[in-house]
Design a protein around this ligand. Structure first.
Ligand code: HEC
Ligand code: HEC
Length: 301
């Protein structure tokens, strides 16, 4: 073997050791973030029992919270991400059926999980958008919990999260907020919602609690979704600059059909189907709010 190749081999060996050490460090660092537990004091939120509130809770759980996208239409749990680089994340079975946790959860456990992203044993819940739910009013949060508590039992085993190398790298370097519990001001109490109606003020409430801001960014100008799978397209610019071609009518149509005014389909990473289940007045409210946010170029937060 000539000197050149020997040199390369040695260099390769050194590099392999460096890479392995970095990966090992990343593993240890990510493991520390993943396993860290949080203790969030119990919060008392009134949970209604009347059928009108339960209906409202169901509507909010579907169209605003989109809980069903991760927990399944029957709330019995669903696999959300399953790719070796990222790992496997599945929404828990929230029912009282076998494999479900409904029978174990106390009212304050639901509040802690939804508003704070922290499970009943203190572990941080992966990819659940609790920073959005932190904006829910006590009334709407109570209604969602009332709904979840009374769904029929489903028998389905819970799949505990596993973390692939890409997810661990993102966690170790703090590049993706996979645990929203680390990005929430846990001391902030739940605030009452503005009066429901097709107003910009109520639209802002829906945009925050419904996760539009979570994916489209704090200024809604779009860009890479940090907490998303690396294969996801960037979120669109929802400021007046980005939605120039839209009217209230075509905005509503886009959310209901997944088709832009230009005729181009919206990628399903955008939960248009669920968002389209908002009432006409709720969609009008979000549209009214989007008209009031400062115009920004794409990805300008
Ligand atoms: C983007 C996906 C996603 C969405 C949306 C989502 N969840 Fe979750 N949720 C999860 C995952 C994943 C877990 C379990 C992961 C874990 O234990 O780390 C979970 C766990 C939970 C738990 C269990 C807490 C515990 O003590 O173990 C509750 C309760 C819960 N979610 C309620 C809700 C409700 C209610 C909504 C809608 C308002 C919702 N989730 C929306 C992903 C999601
Ligand atoms: C899970 C992340 C996510 C959430 C939550 C989300 N979006 Fe999106 N949205 C996207 C992505 C990604 C795109 C770009 C899709 C594409 O490239 O086809 C998008 C595109 C759009 C578009 C199409 C704009 C265009 O380019 O013509 C509209 C309108 C929209 N979103 C509105 C909303 C509203 C309103 C909400 C809140 C109710 C919301 N989105 C919540 C990820 C999200």
């Amino acid at each position: 073997m000539n000197k050149f190749f020997k040199g390369l081999l040695v260099l390769g060996g050194v590099l392999a050791v460096v890479v392995l050490a970095a990966a090992g460090g990343g593993y240890a660092a990510s493991e520390k973030v993943i396993r860290a537990k949080l203790s969030i004091p119990a919060e008392r939120i009134a949970i209604p029992t009347d059928s009108l509130s339960i209906e409202r809770g169901k509507h909010f759980a579907i169209a605003v919270g989109k809980c069903v996208d991760c927990h399944g239409d029957d709330l019995g749990g669903a696999v959300i991400v399953d790719s070796p680089p990222m790992g496997r994340f599945a929404g828990a079975n929230l029912t009282r059926g076998r494999g479900g946790i409904g029978a174990q959860l106390k009212d304050e456990d639901y509040v802690r999980a939804i508003r704070h992203g922290v499970a009943r044993d203190g572990h941080k819940i992966v990819i659940m958008p609790s920073e959005a739910y932190n904006h829910l009013s006590p009334e709407d949060l109570g209604a969602i919990i009332a709904y979840v508590k009374q769904v029929p039992p489903v028998e389905r085993e819970f799949i505990a999260p596993t973390f692939g190398p890409v997810a661990r790298g993102l966690i170790a370097t703090g590049k993706a907020p996979l645990f929203m519990a680390d990005h929430i001001d846990h001391s902030k109490p739940a605030v009452a919602a503005p009066m429901a109606g097709p107003t910009a003020e109520y639209g802002k409430y829906l945009a925050n609690a419904g996760g539009c801001t979570g994916c489209h960014g704090p200024t809604l100008s779009g860009g890479k979704i940090a907490q998303g799978d690396p294969s996801w397209p960037p979120a669109a610019n929802l400021t007046p600059t980005g939605l120039k071609g839209y009217t209230e009518e075509t905005f509503m149509k886009a959310l209901r059909t997944g088709i832009r005014p230009s005729g181009v389909a919206i990628n399903p990473v955008m939960p248009w189907k669920r968002a389209g289940e908002m009432t006409d007045d709720e969609i009008r409210a979000v549209w009214a709010y989007l008209q009031t946010v400062p115009p920004k170029e794409f990805g300008n937060h």
